[in-house]
Write a protein that binds this ligand. Structure first.
Ligand SMILES: Cc1cc2nc3c(=O)[nH]c(=O)nc-3n(C[C@H](O)[C@H](O)[C@H](O)COP(=O)(O)OP(=O)(O)OC[C@H]3O[C@@H](n4cnc5c(N)ncnc54)[C@H](O)[C@@H]3O)c2cc1C
Length: 241
């Protein structure tokens, strides 16, 4: 039963995506479908009635009874360690949504699209990359994905496979350590790295930036310095420093 917008949901599958992140699939009662980029609120209820809520982006989009989330564990966090370590297929939780109408991409949108993710910020951008591919629009998309190390990239295999097969092209950035054979720099994204990887400002791309708050603000400031109009830069902040 749906009460106050909260829909019962059952975990149908869990999959370790990186050493600290899991992909979760949930079957949600009367799920109305979602646009690429939207998120949900998840509510957990303990046996003593204590409740905790957090927002999680949807890696999935469109109609269908199942949704997909990818959760990265924040050490000492209240909710994410439970979702990454403890939740099992068959467990029940509650979902509110889909939420958010600004940080979305819909097929038919005009012009080039630049996706820029930091860490778990890939999740809503993955939904957009999947939607772009399904709509045969991947050629107008680019993705810049910044991770600590290659093994920390959620959806690494799918992104690489898809890029090699007509999907959204991916540029990688590594902040702590690069894979063998990497000849680029290692470190925080700077203006030069962003300029090199993203659609030029002159092409007026719509840019979606998502990740920890500090990452999003750093990248959005750099984009404006590089000549991208602030109104074309859409941001989603996941929290933290
Ligand atoms: C719209 C939206 C969508 C989101 N989508 C996702 C998603 O797809 N995947 C995902 O893993 N997370 C996502 N988040 C973050 C998520 O909502 C939680 O904030 C995160 O899981 C931490 O919750 P927690 O209860 O474990 O930590 P808390 O107990 O809330 O916090 C513990 C400590 O960690 C800090 N912290 C909180 N969030 C972060 C963060 N993201 N990075 C660094 N430090 C942080 C807090 O400031 C606090 O000091 C999203 C957030 C928003 C607002």
């Amino acid at each position: 039963m749906i009460v106050g917008g909260w829909r019962p949901a059952r975990v149908t599958a869990v999959e370790q995506a990186t050493p600290s992140a899991r992909v979760l699939r949930l079957a949600v009662e009367d799920w109305p479908g979602s646009d690429a980029g939207q998120h949900v609120d998840i509510r957990l209820t303990a046996e003593d009635g204590y409740q905790a809520e957090r927002s999680y982006s949807l890696g999935s989009y469109g109609a269908g009874p199942d949704i997909e989330l990818a959760v990265d564990e924040i050490p000492e966090g209240e909710v994410s360690p439970y979702l990454v370590r403890d939740v099992l297929p068959g467990d029940e939780l509650e979902v509110k949504g889909p939420l958010g109408g600004y940080f979305v991409w819909r097929a038919g949108g005009e012009g080039p699209v630049q996706l820029i993710a930091g860490g778990s910020g890939i999740v809503p951008l993955m939904a957009m990359a999947r939607a772009a591919r399904d709509a045969s629009a991947a050629a107008s998309f680019r993705l810049l994905y910044s991770v600590r190390r290659a093994q920390d990239a959620i959806y690494r295999d799918e992104l690489a496979r898809s890029a090699a097969d007509g999907g959204v092209p991916v540029s990688w950035a590594y902040t702590r350590g690069a894979p063998e054979g990497w000849t680029g720099r290692v470190g925080r994204l700077d203006d030069a790295a962003i300029r090199e990887a993203v659609w030029p400002a002159g092409q007026q791309p719509t840019v979606f930036v998502c990740g920890p708050t500090g990452f999003v603000e750093h990248v959005a400031d750099a984009l404006v310095r590089l000549g991208h109009p602030a109104a074309k830069v859409k941001t989603e902040r996941f929290g933290g420093a």
